[in-house]
Ligand binder design. Sequence first.
Ligand code: URA
Length: 470
Amino acid sequence: MTRPLKETQAFDAVEIIRTKRDKGALSPEQIAWTIDAYTRGVIAEEQMAALNMAILLNGMDRAEIAQWTAAMIASGERLDFSGLRRPDGGVKVTTDKHSTGGVGDKITLPLAPLVAVFGVAVPQLSGRGLGYTGGTLDKLESIAGFRTSLSLAETRAQVEQIGCALIGQSEEIAPADRRLYALRDCTATVESIPLIAASIMSKKLAEGLTGLVLDIKRGSGAFLPHVERGLELAQTMVALGARHGVPVVALVTAMDRPLGRACGNALEVEEAIHTLRGEGPPDVLGVTYALGAEMLVLGGLATNRDAARRAMEVAISSGRAAEKFREVVAAQGGDPAVVEDPSLLPQAACCELFFAPNAGFVATVDPRRVGFGVIELGGGRSRPGEPIDHSVGFVIAVRPGDLVREGEPLATIMARDSEGVDAGRRALQRAIVIADEADYPLPLISHRVTVEGTMPYESTDTPVELVAHT
Ligand code: URA
């Protein structure tokens, strides 16, 4: 565990920067003071920027990362779910998942209500689109009336009542991270594994979780494309969770192509609703089940992943998972009728097929180009705070490795006007490459990282009983 500070002690910011510049380790007291002083405006932006750069270049050890995370948590409030009880009187477990983000990644939408069916409390904290990647909050706001900015009190009440809330980062949680992230964004210091791990984990740990599942993307469309860097991030966050007493399991999943078929806000909500009915694309169902199984096992609601998966299949086929999503939508002010009738979601004015220019194998469906294409259509932001058009995007019917004929439809472009259709077509011409041969795509799920170590991913284990608390 990290050491709490006994007293407030003043340090010299220049000395702290110099220590890190010269590859030294910062003490817990220095770190706690730094984050607190930065939050209070005692450390200047340029000093914090210099310190971030020294950390990016020289790293931090695990103890420093844990202390940095603890100090960011201490800058704000914490959610406390320790009083939540299951119907049988036991303490409710609280888990959520974090994805490092990608294109077509709508997994939170089916996953959170699915695991909430089993009595896991899920205060799912999500973000907005970042760069070419989509954001869960933007997707949810495709549903008329849906409110993502719940206060901590509202979040707690909703989780207590229906087991799940889908929320944005509030002002109250880890405010130091909010300022620090904005500074890192404009000083080329985002790509530091210690700073990324501390940033993500401070927000997650402040949620009062008893377990966390991470979806670490790898491949050309991932924030960290190389699997070695993804694994380093996963291992750092798993170790950080352990130091804070929270078990964390990370799965490494493919982002060398978009996840699922739909890319664009309302289109992804529709695909998530199909997934909750068991009719989603196999990769979306596969990642949902894999992460859900980890959450149920972490929460002690299933004794192994096979049993968890079977139980989730029943929750989907019985309609209980879709019903839970409906409850969440209604509780957050959204129109619950979209769950039965996704055609109530915003519909694009123009819809046009995109055809294969020649026969061959699909060599690439480049997620970054697809993601930037959604932004060009108006479905994402080039600048923070810009309004977005929820209706636009792509539905891509092919995967890398597919054999296609000349003139075969590969995708559908949803746009607001004919200029949008042209922009969408140009984006798909860059994103989808047909060639004489194609490399094998990355495995959908390749690694599993826990405190025990890093293993190749196996989806099954020996079947034992599911403990149901519904
Ligand atoms: N997401 C975060 O929340 N923080 C980072 O530093 C990077 C991605």
